[in-house]
Write a protein that binds this ligand. Structure first.
Ligand SMILES: *Cc1c(COP(=O)(O)O)cnc(C)c1O
Length: 383
């Protein structure tokens, strides 16, 4: 058995990253300023998108987007239940109704056909989720939404560096990225709002900082007026320069991170092919570069005569950490109690929610670590 615990994720922070953060701390300007502007510029260039707004989290980005679109009572928002809870919480807090769309059993992602049947005259927004580093087939979804004049935002929390049909996720349309420490690149906490819609970008930029015409940095630039005033009531969701300095270093290494993640994921795929109780995920054919944010397996619980939670616990006993991405949102207590009628209506989401498990995957892992995980899995399944 492994002597040291192997976590399921760990950020990759270099001495250069630490020095860059130190420089900001010594500079006299530590909140939103020139490093944040540079980070936004670098991220837009990386994705090939028109503009990017750095935020304190992806959740903040989703909150600002719902606000900018004026989503509220009487509106319906279509999104999978196989996602992180933040999106659905915000829809509910906005007074709107989440309408859950099922996902493909093997990619965990939704598609235009599944969405189509759920559209009503109240549908205002569709939020597909790029899952685990693979890409949702967006073109048919944008086509469907355009026809009916419905907005679309891509939840790209898992998709920094992912390519969809040869282009980076974020290049077209509107997408929100997360830089939480488990994601493919991190700023501690943070997010990025990318869009090809200038008006929306400007609105998000203003809403992120109290709804003022300009942000903190602008107000302190020479020639700018300190008398900026509220254009509409906004929030306080800006990213600091301390975080942006880390983000710039991480972005510069994102492609290396993905290259390493890919090698590790391929090793898992090879080694787990012979384990009958482990069902691999499939990659959507429209994914031209998998970002390998997560390596998710599904436990064949009947064959293993074991439930997924026991499987995770047994791996932990053997010093292997795992994650759960995700337990379906409608299965969580608040949603079980407030919208119980949803249970049983999303067969492929529910099937996965009971069987998925994320294995350790991060750039500083070694091939031997992957082998340790596989040995532990085989042991657990044969015990
Ligand atoms: C992490 C995550 C989010 C939220 O990102 P934060 O930056 O933590 O707010 C949203 N959606 C998905 C699918 C995620 O995995």
């Amino acid at each position: 058995m492994r002597k040291e615990f192997l976590p399921f994720s760990r950020p990759s922070i270099s001495e250069k990253d630490i020095a860059a953060v130190g420089d900001v701390l010594r500079s006299g300007w530590i909140t939103t300023g020139s490093r944040t502007a540079e980070f936004e510029q670098a991220f837009s260039e990386y994705c090939g998108c028109k503009g990017a707004v750095a935020l304190s989290s992806a959740t903040a980005g989703m909150h600002l987007l719902l606000t900018a679109l004026g989503i509220g009572a009487g509106d319906e928002v279509i999104t999978p239940s196989m996602t992180w809870v933040s999106t659905v919480n915000l829809i509910v807090r906005a007074g709107a109704r989440p309408v859950f769309v099922d996902v493909n059993r093997d990619t965990l992602m939704t598609d235009a056909d599944r969405i189509k049947g759920l559209i009503t005259e109240n549908t205002r927004l569709i939020i597909p989720v790029h899952f685990a580093g693979a890409a949702v087939d967006m073109a048919p979804i944008y086509h469907l939404a355009d026809e009916q004049n419905i907005a679309v935002v891509e939840d790209a929390a898992h998709a920094a560096g992912t390519e969809y049909r040869g282009q980076k996720v974020g290049r077209k349309g509107t997408a929100i990225f997360s830089f939480h420490p488990i994601k493919n690149m991190t700023t501690g906490e943070g997010g990025m709002f990318c869009s090809d819609n200038d008006e929306l970008l400007q609105n998000i930029r203003s809403l992120r900082f109290h709804g003022l015409g300009v942000d903190a940095h602008d107000r302190n630039q020479q020639g700018r007026t300190p008398q900026a005033e509220v254009l509409e009531p906004g929030f306080k969701y800006n990213l600091t320069d301390v975080a942006a300095a880390l983000g710039l270093g991480q972005l510069a290494r994102l492609d290396d991170f993905i290259a390493k993640r890919t090698l590790l994921a391929e090793r898992y795929q090879q080694q787990l092919a012979e384990v009958d109780e482990i069902l691999p995920m499939k990659t959507s054919p429209c994914t031209s570069r998998h970002g390998w944010h997560l390596f998710i397996v599904r436990l064949d619980t009947a064959r293993a005569s074991m439930d997924r939670d026991t499987f995770m616990e047994e791996l932990k006993q053997r010093n292997i950490g795992t994650g759960l991405h995700f337990r379906a949102v409608h299965e969580q207590r608040y949603y079980r109690e407030t919208i119980p009628q949803v249970m049983g209506t999303l067969p492929d989401t529910e099937w996965n929610s009971a069987r998925i498990c994320s294995l350790p995957l991060f750039p500083n892992m070694t091939m031997e670590d992957v082998d340790d995980v596989v040995v532990a899995i085989k042991e657990v399944l044969s015990s």
